[in-house]
Ligand binder design. Structure first.
Ligand SMILES: NC(=O)c1ccc[n+]([C@@H]2O[C@H](COP(=O)([O-])OP(=O)(O)OC[C@H]3O[C@@H](n4cnc5c(N)ncnc54)[C@H](O)[C@@H]3O)[C@@H](O)[C@H]2O)c1
Length: 366
């Protein structure tokens, strides 16, 4: 394996997030190059490979892991596969980039961290909000003291539901919107406040519009109390119409800032006839829409993957790791339990033998 030149990357998966990873490496090509993609459905890996000029394709990701020159592998497969894939990648001696949420259970999170440590490879947790330019700017201002002592951080992400069927199947996803998108907000509040200890979690969730397709919640509100006295508020929805909405609010005794990820990067537009594409998950391009520009850049994906490639070369230290993913996982457990019982759940919270976080809600409900 070479320790010089661009990091050679393999991608597992070929659809939504795989495309974003491939596009991100294309946008920032100086540190890494995608040399292989693996995806089980015949033809799918080829399609992504053709779009981005990726030379090698596999239907079995384990065959891709046998390629000597591949140094870093990114996982863009459904959540229930993340743990086994991470372990296989680490056992092949390659560096791991794992998409959010990290896995299904805390036992898996521990095993992923432990295996990567034992094999001497990095476990980089792909939480792009740590790299989202607008949100990074808010954190820089907070770190410079702009808001004084920060007492409340809010993050919310909302749209009308995910694009692929497996997200709706809680056996494969582990939960509904909290698992899918609340994991971003939990990580965000924790990072923004400089990773203080989390004291307890309170959560309310319900299924308002999608009970025909899922046992999962399609709306959730989650409150985290930190040991430094600050509060995190994480609001997520798969029931909100009109395309993607992603916002933060930061309140301190000395100031406040608001960030709307899409509105500051959009052109308020009216079109009688429609056009190609507006923004992630927008159902239409007719009438009033808010088409974004540089969408992937504004989310922070290229910057995130560029950073991870630099970490592989020892040029930077990972800003987001498996340990962060594990803490998010514990908060997810506590949040589902809280929603089920109607109580605040104190951390540490580590029930044994849970198969997936949402069971802590579903079991209490039934
Ligand atoms: N960071 C983000 O904002 C973000 C956004 C979207 C998705 N994601 C995450 O990325 C992951 C993938 O989501 P997606 O939206 O790309 O889903 P998707 O359904 O669009 O794609 C999933 C891919 O995984 C592949 N796959 C399934 N089983 C496989 C196997 N056994 N071996 C190899 N590949 C397999 C599928 O063939 C498909 O190519 C999820 O964990 C999701 O939470 C993260």
């Amino acid at each position: 394996m070479s320790n010089k030149g661009r990091v050679k990357v393999g991608i597992i998966g070929s659809q939504f997030q795989a495309d974003i990873h491939a596009e991100s490496f294309r946008i920032m090509p100086d540190e890494a190059e995608v040399v292989a993609v693996a995806s089980p459905t015949p033809g799918n890996a080829e399609k992504l490979a053709k779009k981005y000029g990726i030379p090698r394709v596999f239907t079995d990701y384990k065959k891709m892991l046998a390629e000597d020159d591949i140094e870093m592998v990114t996982i863009t497969a459904p959540n229930y596969l993340h743990a086994q894939m991470t372990i296989d990648i680490a056992n092949a001696g390659k560096q791991v980039v794992c998409e959010k949420p990290m896995c299904m259970t805390l036992e898996e999170a521990d095993l992923m961290i432990e295996t990567c440590r034992r094999k001497g490879v990095l476990l980089m947790f792909a939480e792009e909000l740590f790299f989202t330019p607008k949100y990074v700017r808010a954190k820089q201002m907070a770190d410079e003291g702009a808001f004084g002592k920060v007492y409340l951080v809010k993050q919310s992400e909302k749209h009308f539901g995910p694009h692929a069927p497996w997200f709706w199947d809680v056996e494969l996803s582990g939960g509904g919107v909290l698992m899918d998108m609340g994991c971003h907000g939990i990580a965000f509040c924790y990072w923004f406040l400089d990773r203080p200890e989390i004291k307890n979690v309170y959560c309310q969730m319900s299924t308002h519009v999608h009970s025909d397709k899922t046992k999962g919640e399609d709306n959730s509100i989650c409150i985290l109390e930190f040991a430094n006295g600050a509060v995190g508020l994480v609001e997520d929805s798969w029931a909100r119409r009109g395309g993607m909405d992603d916002c933060i609010e930061v309140y301190g005794e000395g100031g406040v800032t608001y960030g709307n990820l899409h509105m500051g990067n959009a052109l308020p537009t009216y079109s009688e006839y429609g056009y190609g594409y507006a923004v992630e998950k927008a159902p239409t391009t007719q009438c009033w829409t808010y088409p974004v520009f540089e969408e992937i850049w504004n989310y922070g994906f290229p910057q995130e993957l560029h950073h991870f490639a630099r970490c592989v070369r020892g040029k930077e230290e990972p800003k987001v790791t498996g340990e962060d993913g594990r803490i998010v996982q514990e908060v997810l457990y506590a949040a589902y339990k809280s929603a089920g019982t109607g109580r605040k759940i104190e951390l540490p919270f580590r029930p044994e033998g849970i198969k997936k976080p949402i069971d802590l809600w579903l079991n209490e409900k039934s």
